[in-house]
Write a protein that binds this ligand. Structure first.
Ligand code: C5P
Ligand code: C5P
Ligand code: ZN
Length: 488
């Protein structure tokens, strides 16, 4: 039985198909979830002694799928994408170009294929209960079992590697990073099918699930920055206020500095953490933060037990940002190497990319703040033009839902220039809006296709490519569809 019982049979079938292949082309998406998906799948294939090559794509469309077909692999494993383009993939399958195996969590297109592992086919939510890395992990667990029984059945020594009897549960750590990177948590906590993975990771000793301060940057940010930049709970006089954060810390009984400057959250003792949380909580309440909101200062957090404390890799959320900093800048190879264990050159390179990514996010958000957003009847939007890279405009859109001047409770659409002919669209919503009927994968899919583009994704987050110059029409269509969804 795998970590997600409902998916076990399908995962087995996919694993058997992969074990029957002479070699596999593994194709994955260029974000944290896609990288961890590829690392999980690649490790599992290697352990099962299945030769393979890994490629990354910014997005899967007919052209990219044709280029994959041209590689002439008989078996192609798609992770963290593939379902949304199932119609095109199935055509290639019928033409005998390749046999697809898909481990994904996106809304499937209207077509079918035999080796399709997707939580949505089994009533499990792909936006909050299982990520691409989670689907890949389910596959990896099945691969371990299938490969294991295969070697037992054949004479010893034929395809066995030393690691073949590893059960792949160590890969749960990367699956947690993927799910956290895809923002699948509810108030910090992984739920649904993700729970089975967390539990296996904890049992295997690679994942720690603890109750801790929820702020981003516990491992690496100096304390004033941890407080100043926290967006989880906004505290007047501290959030977005460097001097406020410093004077707050200076006013407490604990010395938060050391010889080398400000200490970080990880450097504090349990008692010191207690003091800081309780003082923060009191300060927040005094400043009028509602009690239920203030309590979100503390929640479930995930760390990777095998990683060194005080590094980005120790914290699932910081790890996922580090990965986004590589793959979204055409350096998926760097992120993959880090996932596969490189703690030298690749990690150093990833950290340099992270500095650049941080700067871009902060400048992008600043731009949205200063220019503001425009409003339709139901949605709000901004056009970043060339100022924000199309590969990160979705992250900025998500971060913007929560800054001053942007309605936190209204779907947001962002445009960024792709090239002379095409515009990238990213859309983000909230859990509450989804509860009221919002499904952005439908909104963005229908509106883009009506203009000759294409797109999809999840109910709460989706993206598309449309012809340049058609942005206003897209907004009108999207506004109508959102209006209809929320009226139902
Ligand atoms: O392609 P993929 O599924 O990996 O990407 C999911 C995207 O949706 C991520 O960019 C993630 O940040 C976003 N998302 C979000 N809010 C959620 C769930 C996902 O912005 N609640
Ligand atoms: O690119 P962005 O971060 O906005 O993507 C949000 C979600 O929409 C991701 O899950 C992504 O895989 C999906 N998407 C898609 N088709 C596109 C663009 C994005 O399915 N053309
Ligand atoms: Zn994903």
């Amino acid at each position: 039985m795998g970590p997600v019982p409902d998916l076990t049979d399908r995962a087995d079938a996919c694993a058997r198909r992969l074990c029957a292949a002479d070699s596999v082309l593994l194709a994955s998406h260029i974000d944290a979830d896609g990288l961890t998906s590829a690392a999980i799948a690649s490790t599992a294939l290697a352990r099962a002694a299945i030769p393979h090559e890994v490629v990354f794509k910014k997005q899967l469309d007919a052209t990219e799928i044709a280029s994959i077909a041209a590689c002439e692999y008989e078996t192609v494993l798609f992770t963290d994408f593939g379902s949304g383009q199932l119609d095109v993939i199935a055509e290639h399958e019928r033409a005998g170009d390749f046999t697809p195996v898909i481990a994904d969590h996106h809304q499937p297109a209207d077509a079918e294929t035999e080796f399709h592992l997707n939580p949505l086919l089994f009533g499990i939510d792909g936006a909050s209960e299982l990520s691409g890395a989670g689907a890949s992990y389910v596959l990896a667990r099945a691969l371990a079992e299938v490969a294991d029984s295969r070697t037992e059945a054949t004479a010893a020594g034929i395809t066995a590697t030393d690691e073949i009897d590893a059960d792949n549960r160590d890969l749960a750590a990367l699956a947690v990073v993927g799910a956290v990177g895809d923002m699948q948590t509810t108030q910090g906590e992984l739920t649904g099918a993700n729970r089975g993975i967390v539990e296996e990771g904890v049992e295997a000793g690679v994942v720690n699930e603890t109750t801790d301060i929820t702020f981003y940057g516990k491992q690496t940010r100096p304390l004033p920055k941890l407080l100043e930049y926290a967006s989880e709970v906004r505290i007047p006089g501290i959030s977005n206020d460097q001097n406020g954060a410093i004077s707050f810390l200076d006013g407490l009984s604990v010395d938060f500095t050391s010889d080398s400057g400000w200490r970080r959250w990880v450097d504090l003792s349990d008692d010191e953490k207690q003091v800081l949380v309780s003082e923060l909580l009191q300060h927040a309440l005094r400043k009028g933060v509602p009690a239920d909101k203030a309590q979100q200062l503390v929640g479930t957090t995930y760390t990777l037990a095998a990683e060194q404390e005080g590094t980005e890799l120790r914290d699932a959320s910081e790890f996922s940002t580090l990965l986004n900093a590589t793959a979204r800048y055409e350096r998926a190879d760097v992120g993959l190497a880090v996932c596969l264990g490189d703690r030298n050159e690749a990690l150093e390179r990833a950290r340099r990319l992270l500095d650049n990514h941080r700067r871009n996010l902060s400048e992008g958000l600043q731009q949205v703040k200063s220019r503001g957003v425009e409003r339709g009847e139901y949605i709000q939007w901004f056009d970043a033009g060339e100022e924000i890279r199309e590969t990160i405009v979705g992250i900025v859109a998500g971060m913007a839902l929560g800054v001053e001047g942007v309605d936190p409770d209204r779907p947001i659409v962002a445009f960024a220039r792709k090239n002379d002919e095409e515009t990238k669209v990213s859309a983000r919503g909230t859990g509450r809006l989804v509860g009221s009927g919002l499904d952005l994968s439908v909104v963005v899919g229908e509106a883009s296709r009506a203009l000759g583009g294409d797109g999809g994704g999840h109910d709460v987050a989706a993206g598309a490519t449309i012809p340049a110059g058609r942005e206003q029409e897209f907004i009108e269509k999207a506004d109508d569809i959102v209006g209809a969804q929320l009226a139902e």
